[in-house]
Design a binder for this molecule. Structure first.
Ligand SMILES: [Zn+2]
Length: 279
């Protein structure tokens, strides 16, 4: 008998942001300033999780992100607290960690997140934090996450719109060649450079992608390639800061005409496998 949120047939939403109060309000204010559309979720964590549970989500990866040096350790502590708060809930919250290249000891921040707080996923946000994924100050981090097989969700684009240009995928070549053990998940499948992001997923064993929409825009990728690469693709909603509701988000994946196995991988299999391999 499996406990709540542990069923293997339940959907994993691998891109959610349950941020601490003040920060979540700041992020929401940013969205109100930059987009016209109504957002699909309120900020309250319990309500967001209830809405996701209603659509069959059994697990979320909650990804914090540091916009400046010095705040990551506090965000990581808060992330662990959020995961604890909802333990036993219908939706299991997998706490994510973050780090900023300007932190005084980046490796120590991530090591503490993994060892003290038991956080299993790392998030890097290159536009919010204003850096490149292969920033040399993150070398110790890449070394560490490679050894511990921690998946790292990276938002590579620098545009305020949340979009990524093909040229912004470039640092990944250097990164995986220097740190072949890393598991990088390209957030939003590098939208609007989705096909080029899939090229990287295909080319490198350590590169994955999530199919999370960008505010109002679903990721545009050819279904045939998604079908073929499904074991390296993850589902994500970006709740609560998205205009696309969870049902619409799921319908987008389900309307692609994927094989059952491919759909199952994207809606949870890939995410669960990555998590199970973390040391
Ligand atoms: Zn996001």
């Amino acid at each position: 008998m499996e406990g709540p949120g542990s069923g293997n047939n339940q959907i994993v939403d691998a891109h959610v942001h349950l941020l601490p109060g003040k920060l979540s309000e700041k992020v929401r204010a940013f969205f109100h300033e930059h987009i016209e559309s109504e957002l699909a979720f309120p900020l309250d964590h319990a309500t967001v999780l209830e809405m996701l549970a209603g659509s069959g989500i059994g697990m979320v990866w909650s990804l914090p992100y540091a916009h400046k040096p010095g705040v990551a350790a506090g965000l990581n502590a808060a992330s662990a607290e959020t995961a604890r708060r909802f333990a036993g809930n219908a939706v299991q919250v997998v706490g994510g960690a973050t780090v900023h290249p300007g932190d005084s000891d980046t490796r120590a921040v991530v090591r503490e997140a993994r060892e003290k707080y038991d956080l299993k996923v790392l998030k890097l946000h290159c536009s919010v934090g204003d850096f490149e994924a292969d920033d040399p100050r993150l070398d110790g981090v890449w070394q560490f996450v490679g050894e511990r097989r921690m998946p790292v969700v990276v938002h590579l684009g620098h545009a305020v719109s949340g979009r990524t240009a093909a040229s912004e995928l470039e640092p990944l070549h250097r990164l995986v060649n220097r740190f072949p053990l890393v598991r990088v998940i390209i957030a939003h499948c590098g939208h609007r450079a989705g096909p080029q992001a899939l090229d990287l997923v295909e080319q490198y064993p350590g590169i994955y992608a999530d199919l999370t929409p960008v505010v109002t825009e679903p990721v545009e990728v050819p279904a045939g390639r998604v079908n073929k690469l499904a074991d390296k693709l993850l589902f994500g909603s970006d709740a609560p800061n998205t205009a696309i509701g969870i049902e619409e988000c799921l319908a987008h994946i389900r309307s692609m005409g994927l094989s059952r196995a491919a759909e199952a991988a994207i809606l949870g299999g890939t995410a669960r496998r990555l998590l199970s391999e973390v040391l």
